[in-house]
Design a protein around this ligand. Structure first.
Ligand code: PFF
Ligand code: NA
Length: 453
């Protein structure tokens, strides 16, 4: 298709890629995952996964999108007829993730508002489960919760509104606003957290290495899972975004910048979150490990508690934190919906407007399931399934397919080298040919075996 849209500037593309990468995964997932899996010792598996899988696959996906100028299904099809299904599988994973990710952004919006008056009171966990989400027993659906439904509608109106406007005028412009704003707000939070009493205890707990875990398979699974999810690789996003790059673009450099920004944000979030946890532990007179949590509980029960205990400017701190979550989430949500918008457009040759209306509309409809009283339970199930089987498995199949079935690695290397400053050497080749397939293969087998037990 000759009229494929294009990014307006190099910075626009990088901000969009960083916007996709930096999300809830950095802020609420990474700190807890690192802590649970060895603290300071986690940095070894993390760096190994980043350098031998994360960055090599990111470069690979940027190159695929740039070379074949298509969404994931079209790109794999152009690489080899009969491989289109791999793209649709990755789109399906994206589709599922987007339906529940949108709901978490909706909660964050509500909580930005609740922060103004600390509406959660003295028992934030009770408020979250009982008053806000009105959670019912596992397996039950219950009714739609208006307090979640309303912000959810707002989230979809914003996300689809941006997507309707297109790649350059919509996605690029939004990220040029969201990402700088996010960096500033988040830096303020981290600095504030670092100046609280007890911050240093939290940071010590975060970095304290537990070497006994380093050979544990579970720790390596966690590191790879974090890297894949966090870099938005293996779910069609980065292929789609790079299919909008102009012919002359430095692929390899862009990939390094994106990965570096994402990991920096992760580290920053770890420090900020643990500084705040250290403060809370000191207030309550308990050791830091008694207050560590992640995900939903960290953001929507523990953070409100921290906000309650702040000596001053609590409302402002709360608003900054939840607005940061919202911005980080929205820029990721846009990228994931764009994967299937582009997939539908390429496949059925329909206008962008139609593709956004159909693809985005469908995921918005399904996401209402997570805005019911059973939503929190469904969300846990969907998230666990996606993380165990969706992302890493899709990544393994992608790499094995490209390297060993389609035998495209050398072609792709030549393509990237021709337009990039940094040339890809044996590090890239060995990582993708041997290290990643072997490590991910072992991980998948282990995952399946523990689930069968
Ligand atoms: N890289 C994102 C993160 O770290 O949160 C992962 C992601 C999730 C991207 C959901 C897009 C998305 F819709
Ligand atoms: Na991330």
């Amino acid at each position: 298709m000759e009229n494929r849209p294009q990014w307006g500037t190099r910075a626009g593309f990088i901000l969009a890629a960083v916007g996709s990468a930096v999300g809830l995964g950095n802020i609420w997932r990474f700190p807890g995952v690192a802590y649970e899996n060895g603290g300071g010792a986690f940095f070894f598996p993390y760096l190994f996964a980043l350098l031998t899988a994360g960055i090599p696959i990111l470069i690979l996906e940027f190159t695929i999108g740039h070379k074949y100028r298509g969404s994931a299904p079209l790109s794999y099809f152009k690489m080899r007829k009969g491989a289109e299904w791999l793209g649709w599988w990755q789109l399906a994973v994206s589709f599922v993730i987007s339906t529940y990710y949108a709901v978490i952004i909706a909660w964050a919006m509500s909580y930005a508002y609740f922060s103004l008056s600390q509406q959660w009171g003295d028992d934030p966990l009770g408020f979250l489960v009982g008053d806000y989400l009105k959670v019912v027993d596992a397996g039950q659906v219950g009714s739609i919760v208006p307090g979640v439904f309303l912000p959810l509608v707002i989230v979809w109106v914003i996300a689809l509104g941006i997507l309707f406007k297109g790649v350059k005028k919509g996605i690029e412009v939004a990220n040029k606003i969201f990402i700088p704003a996010l960096v500033i707000l988040f830096l303020i939070i981290v600095v504030r957290a670092l100046t609280l009493d007890g911050a240093i205890d939290g940071i010590n707990a975060f970095f304290k290495p537990d070497w006994s875990q380093i050979l544990n398979g579970k720790v390596w699974v966690a590191a790879y899972g974090q890297i894949f999810f966090s870099l938005s690789i293996a779910f069609a996003i980065m292929i789609t975004y790079s299919s909008y790059l102009p012919k002359k673009s430095d692929i390899t450099n862009n990939a390094f910048i994106t990965a570096f920004a994402n990991s920096s944000f992760e580290l920053l979030a770890g420090i900020g979150v643990f500084a705040a946890l250290g403060f809370m532990a000191m207030q309550q007179g308990v050791p830091v490990d008694k207050v560590v949590s992640k995900g939903v509980i960290l953001a929507f029960a523990v953070f409100p508690q921290i906000i309650n205990e702040l000596p001053a400017f609590s409302a402002a701190f709360g608003v900054l934190f939840f607005v940061s979550l919202t911005l980080a989430g929205l820029s990721s949500l846009i990228s994931i919906v764009e994967t299937y918008v582009a997939g539908v457009q390429d496949k059925f040759n329909v206008s962008r407007t139609k593709a956004v209306a159909i693809g985005g509309g469908l995921s918005a409809l399904i996401s209402i399931l997570f805005a019911t009283q059973g939503g929190l339970n469904f969300l846990d199930t969907a998230d666990a399934f996606i993380n165990n089987y969706g992302v890493a498995l899709a990544g393994l199949v992608e790499v094995v397919f490209i390297v060993w079935v389609a035998k495209e690695l050398t072609n792709l290397q030549n393509h990237a080298d021709a337009i990039s400053d940094i040339h890809l050497g044996s590090w890239w080749v060995i990582s993708l040919k041997y290290i990643t397939p072997v490590v991910l293969g072992i991980m998948m087998v282990m995952n399946i075996m523990t689930d069968l037990k």
